[in-house]
Design a binder for this molecule. Structure first.
Ligand SMILES: Cc1cc2nc3c(=O)[nH]c(=O)nc-3n(C[C@H](O)[C@H](O)[C@H](O)COP(=O)(O)O)c2cc1C
Length: 168
C-alpha cells in the first residue's frame, strides 16, 4: 500500500475475528515501531507483547476496554526515561512508535486501536501490575490488534481553519 493511502484510510478497529496475528505480521509491526524517529535517536521504548487469552482478559476490566476481549494480540508500548538523551521527549518518541505500529498493521490488513494508558495514573498502575513492569519504566499506550471484523470508511478531516499561513 502507498504510504499516503495507508495514512488516509487507517481507522481504529475495535472488532476482531479469532484468527491469530501471525509471527511474520507481529515482526513487521514491531520492526515498524522500532524504525520510528526519536529525539537524538534515543529509542526510549520497550514493547510487551501479549497473546495469552487470560492476560488479554485482564485488560478488559479497566473501564471502557471491554472490546479488548476480542483482540488476539496486544502490545504495551513502554517508556524508558533512562535511555533518553534529551530528557522529556519520551512520550513523543513512544507516540511515533505507536503510530508507526498502527500504520504498519493497517498496511498488512491487521486492525488496530490505541488504548490510552499514560498519563492516566490509574491505568498506568493497573498495567504495571498486570505485566510486572518495573517502577523505572512507564506503561504508555496499549495497541490492541487482530484480524479485523469490521470495516470503517475513511474520513475527510481536512480543515483549512486550522492552517495559519506565515503568521497566526
Ligand atoms: C492518544 C490516544 C488515545 C486513545 N485512547 C483510546 C481509548 O482509550 N479507547 C479507544 O477505544 N480508542 C482510543 N483512541 C482512538 C481514538 O478514539 C481514535 O483514534 C479517534 O476517535 C479517531 O478515529 P480513527 O482512529 O478511526 O481515525 C485513542 C487514540 C489516541 C491517539
Amino acid at each position: 500500500m502507498e504510504t499516503i493511502k495507508a495514512i488516509m484510510t487507517r481507522r481504529s478497529i475495535r472488532a476482531w475475528t479469532s484468527e491469530p496475528v501471525t509471527e511474520q505480521e507481529r515482526r513487521i509491526i514491531l520492526e515498524a515501531a522500532m524504525n520510528a524517529p526519536s529525539a537524538a535517536d534515543a529509542r526510549p521504548w520497550h514493547f510487551v507483547t501479549i497473546d495469552d487469552p487470560g492476560m488479554i482478559k485482564q485488560f478488559t476490566e479497566m473501564g471502557g476496554t471491554e472490546m479488548l476481549a476480542e483482540s488476539t494480540f496486544l502490545v504495551m508500548v513502554c517508556g524508558d526515561e533512562s535511555k533518553e538523551i534529551y530528557p522529556g521527549f519520551w512520550p513523543q518518541d513512544c507516540s511515533c512508535a505507536a503510530q508507526n505500529m498502527q500504520l504498519a498493521a493497517h498496511d498488512i490488513g491487521i486492525g488496530c486501536v490505541w488504548v490510552a494508558i499514560y498519563p492516566l495514573d490509574e491505568r498506568v498502575q493497573i498495567c504495571r501490575k498486570i505485566l510486572g513492569v518495573p517502577e523505572a519504566i512507564t506503561p504508555f499506550a496499549l495497541l490492541a490488534m487482530g484480524v479485523p471484523n469490521e470495516v470503517l470508511p475513511p474520513e475527510d478531516r481536512y480543515d483549512k481553519e486550522r492552517i495559519h499561513p506565515n503568521k497566526w
